[in-house]
Design a protein around this ligand. Structure first.
Ligand code: NAD
Ligand code: UDP
Length: 308
């Protein structure tokens, strides 16, 4: 069962599981997901269940794995859907852990690099406890995801639950929504439309971008492993938002300019890069797709979306 399967990463993980021969239930309430994704997954054999994970869910068949990717994930949603995010991370994750318990299923939680907040340690290793501003606008997501991780540890400790926790660093690729609001979708759409690329707060802040197929491969390996502690997944190659904008303009053959605009949130993390030693050692995993190749495929996707 994949919760959040109508979304960007949920689509890709569901498709990979179908391709591997699993039967897949996709559970989603379309908060930020699309019917295009569930239509394509249904065609590939998935069963679609329209459902808010904050409500109890009973599934009659056997379930071996529950993957929780349900949660709005774009920083614009932190202002638009703050209470929904907190409920989904807390109540929703509890409901799915209970469902896993009833089925004795392995539970995988899509956690995030945001558990490190605006990190004071660089790059970020899993044993770093983070620097989250509890009162800041990003806290609904950051603290929600931290709470969800704690739920996983608690179910593991007290109910012997099989849990897997993946801390996902910025991941991009086809199936992102053009109006998602995150940087890669914004820059691709702006470059393809000839509009200025919006650098929030100056563009010197850094991120490390992972192409979706690499991440999904890591998630699949973690799911089938027996590793119960958090595991970072991302591409350790770090760039500034200004550099990212310049690369996208060049790849798109665009005449767009750069435009500095105010940051969305005052506590926007300044630097972010995963230490992926753990994933390398335990799962023999590391990203394979270069930023240029991944962005080219992503630009093709957005060009197709814009032409429709
Ligand atoms: P997305 O917004 O495309 O997908 C989220 C999906 O969850 C959507 O289909 C949405 O409709 C669904 N959803 C939200 N609330 C729900 C609820 N209460 N009940 C049922 N469905 C609900 O985002 P994404 O980028 O695909 O992210 C998927 C997961 O991965 C999220 O949990 C996110 O926090 C995590 N993550 C993503 C990234 C990234 O870079 N993409 C980074 C870190 C963590
Ligand atoms: N950003 C930007 N322009 C945009 C959207 C985002 O400069 O149009 C910046 C944002 O301020 C952040 C980085 O890009 O520093 C990554 O933002 P995103 O929303 O993709 O994800 P985050 O890593 O903040 O969760």
């Amino acid at each position: 069962m994949v919760a959040g399967g109508a979304g960007f990463l949920g689509y890709h993980v569901s498709k990979r599981l179908l391709d591997e021969g699993f039967e897949v239930y996709v559970v989603d309430n379309y908060e930020t997901g699309t019917r295009q994704n569930t239509r394509d997954l249904a065609e590939a054999g998935a069963e679609i269940v329209v459902h808010d994970i904050c409500e109890p869910l009973h599934i009659a068949g056997d379930i071996d794995y529950v993957l929780n990717l349900a949660c709005p994930a774009s920083p614009v949603d932190f202002d638009r859907l703050p209470l929904e995010i907190m409920r989904t991370c807390s109540l929703g994750t509890t409901m799915l852990l209970e469902l896993s318990r009833a089925h004795q299923a392995t539970f995988l939680q899509a956690s995030t690099s945001e558990v490190y907040g605006d990190p004071e340690v660089h790059p970020q290793r899993e044993d770093y406890c983070g620097n989250v501003n509890i009162a800041g606008p990003r806290a609904v997501y950051d603290e929600g995801k931290r709470y969800a991780e704690t739920l996983c540890h608690t179910y593991h400790r007290h109910h012997n639950a099989e849990v897997r926790i993946v801390r996902i660093f910025n991941t991009y690729g086809p199936r992102m929504r053009p109006d998602d609001g995150r940087v890669v979708s914004n820059f691709c759409v702006q470059a393809l439309s000839g509009e200025p690329l919006t650098l929030y707060g100056g563009g010197e802040q850094t991120r490390s971008f992972c192409y979706c197929s690499d991440l999904i491969d890591g998630i699949y390996r973690l799911l089938l492993s027996d590793y119960t502690q958090p595991c970072n997944m991302g591409n350790p190659s770090e760039i500034s938002m200004r550099e990212l904008a310049e690369i996208i303009i060049e790849l798109a053959g665009s005449t767009s300019e750069l435009k500095v605009v105010p940051a969305l949130h005052a506590d926007d993390p300044k630097r972010r890069r995963p230490d992926i030693s753990r994933a390398r050692e335990i799962l023999n995993w590391q990203p394979q797709v270069s930023l240029q190749d991944g962005l080219s495929k992503t630009l093709d996707w957005f060009a197709e979306q814009l032409s429709e």
